[in-house]
Design a protein around this ligand. Structure first.
Ligand SMILES: [Zn+2]
Length: 362
């Protein structure tokens, strides 16, 4: 989705240098023509969806009805949290981008898995699909790299004395993302009609019904049903562990792709809404891949370790990203565009930690 996707968000324009983007699209279309593979609805996605949803359901059933001691409850809470993040990475994310299926209702259904997890597919569509994907790492505009005074993710953001400890105190804060959705941010965004500086239309009709039903379903499976069988404090402890694991995993995968030393953090020139780069070149400059050879990680994070390919082709199913990566990399080298990739997930996390430390000390 490009910057003109919404009249409700900040009007940001990119340079009109389209040769790079045109060549990327031509080479990727050529790949799909040659292989005759469907861009969406690949059979492995249906299998993968069944596996991850079963993982989630089995973890929950065992946790609520079978676990009989603290360590079983602990292991199953971690399993449930990992399954929740897996749903976000591989099912909801593709659905939300329209990359899962040719059928729009299938995409919407998959996107709604976020409502089941206690988030909001409607707010996510604006926050991620429109704002983050249109204005990636654009300081002052991309809401995902702005946690207020809490930390400094970009050199242009204000430095405060306690940021020198941000490479230490931010890690547990990454585990609070889902608590924020469940109890605060979704409701606050809905009431204010704003995501940061960006206005967006409040959900109405079916969107509002999905928002409300999603919250009701989430609070039912997370608190109400377990509380019928267990003391409330035990339910709360398991919820905290589950939500922390899901949030932490979701957050660090995002940070490893955008908030690292190798990514650019451009800002708009003073009194201008014109980015001094083309949209496609901006996406490549602000995004970094990691662990491209790790098949298990690629499966679990829904191809988001191929974040460059995801940002360039968000409506192509993530199953194809590993095959598209060498094509994108070769077009980048043809046009002299830097294509950054970390060999392992750990290398990307180390780069994120170094970046936090660098900005915290400056
Ligand atoms: Zn995305």
């Amino acid at each position: 989705m490009n910057a003109s996707a919404s009249s409700h968000t900040t009007k940001v324009k990119y340079s009109k240098d389209l040769a790079f983007h045109r060549e990327l699209k031509r080479r990727v279309e050529e790949y799909f023509q040659q292989t005759e593979l469907p861009q969406r609805d690949p059979p492995q996605m249906f299998r993968k969806t069944a596996v991850i949803l079963s993982w989630f359901a089995i973890s929950w059933v065992l946790l609520v009805f079978v676990a009989s001691n603290w360590w079983q409850a602990g292991v199953l809470s971690v399993s449930l949290g990992l399954a929740m993040a897996g749903i976000g990475f591989s099912i909801q994310h593709d659905g939300g981008h329209g990359a899962y299926s040719k059928q729009q209702f299938v995409n919407q259904l998959m996107a709604m898995s976020l409502d089941l997890l206690g988030g909001s597919s409607y707010i996510w569509k604006w926050q991620h699909n429109v704002i983050h994907h249109s204005y990636t790492n654009l300081v002052g505009v991309d809401h995902d790299i702005d946690l207020g005074i809490l930390c400094r993710f970009a050199p242009q953001q204000r430095h405060l004395w306690f940021h020198r400890f941000q490479h230490i105190y931010l890690w547990p804060i990454y585990g609070l993302l889902a608590f924020n959705w469940h109890f605060y941010s979704d409701f606050q965004i809905l009431i204010q009609g704003r995501i940061g500086e960006h206005r967006f239309p409040r959900p109405q009709g079916r969107d509002l019904v999905v928002f409300v039903l999603g919250k009701v379903m989430f609070f039912s499976w997370a608190f109400l049903i377990p509380a019928l069988f267990h003391p409330l404090w035990q339910v709360v402890v398991c919820y905290v562990l589950t939500a922390f694991i899901a949030s932490f995993v979701l957050s660090i995968v995002f940070q490893a792709a955008h908030c690292v030393q190798e990514a650019d953090f451009p800002s708009l020139p003073a009194n201008s809404n014109h980015v001094n780069n083309s949209w496609a070149m901006h996406q490549v400059a602000t995004t970094v891949n990691f662990a491209r050879d790790n098949r298990l990680l690629t499966w679990y994070v829904g191809g988001l370790n191929f974040q460059v390919e995801h940002h360039l082709f968000p409506d192509v199913c993530h199953i194809h990203y590993p095959a598209l990566a060498p094509i994108v990399e070769s077009v980048c080298s043809q046009f002299g565009v830097k294509y950054a990739s970390h060999p392992t997930f750990l290398a990307a996390i180390n780069s994120h930690a170094r970046w936090l430390r660098l900005l915290g000390c400056a």
